[in-house]
Design a protein around this ligand. Structure first.
Ligand SMILES: N[C@@H](CCC(=O)N[C@@H](CS)C(=O)NCC(=O)O)C(=O)O
Length: 213
């Protein structure tokens, strides 16, 4: 979205396997200790921080007036598909990729459950894209938030065979110069020093990480 809107930005490398997400400064910005999160210094006043990808995209759409419909009906549809991604495609795909990559061998219940949920979400999106170029007709933040989990489908053993609308939609988005820049940036910064030991920081979190005192 930052690239699409031509907004200036600076990225910060978060070493999640070393616990950068639990520093007091980062928790002030992102109390759920997850990325993405942004700080907007261009507000004409105090800096504004935003966490959660859906909230960030809405904030930037409102700031720039771009990539979001303006009619009441259009906003309703935007909210439906943003909430859908945040509650369905995102977490199901995230859990699927966790169980696929990190669950102890031989434990298949979680893998089967989340693979099914991920593919179910794909089928829902496939249906929505029937007769529509993009989720809301025109390209919007609803597409931006769902694209990354469809981009990686084949790489996580869920090829898009039988989903012609997803194939077409994925290719059109992947071809956008702004998206190419963002995907390259992500590749450059991925998996710094991830080992079984450092994965403990990532995957064994509980309330103790957030309890004060
Ligand atoms: N619902 C959140 C999910 C964020 C999320 O899970 N982020 C992962 C990286 S993709 C993270 O920061 N993980 C660090 C951790 O779990 O400690 C959003 O969409 O912003």
């Amino acid at each position: 979205m930052l690239e699409e809107c031509g907004l200036e930005y600076k990225t910060h490398l978060m070493r999640l396997t070393e616990g950068d997400q639990f520093t007091p400064r980062f928790l002030e910005i992102s109390p759920n200790a997850k990325m993405p999160a942004i700080v907007d210094n261009d507000t004409g006043g105090d800096p504004v921080s935003v966490f959660e990808s859906g909230a960030i995209l809405l904030y930037l759409a409102e700031k720039t007036g771009r990539f979001a419909p303006t009619t009441a009906l259009g906003r309703k549809e935007l909210n439906e598909w943003l909430f859908w991604q945040v509650g369905n495609l995102g977490p199901m795909a995230g859990q699927y990729s966790h169980f696929r990559n990190y669950a102890p061998k031989g434990e298949s219940y979680g893998l089967k459950r989340y693979k099914g949920e991920y593919q179910r979400a794909m089928a829902v999106l496939e249906g929505r894209l029937e007769g529509r170029e993009y989720i809301l007709g025109e390209y919007s933040i609803a597409d931006m938030i769902s694209f990354p989990w469809i981009l990686i489908a084949k790489a996580v053993d869920c090829p898009l065979d039988g989903f012609p609308n997803l194939v077409r939609w994925r290719a059109a988005i992947k071809d956008r110069p702004a998206v190419r820049k963002a995907v390259d940036l992500c590749r450059e910064n991925r998996n710094h020093g991830q080992t079984a030991e450092t994965n403990n920081v990532l995957f064994n979190q509980d309330a103790g990480h957030f309890r004060k005192g």
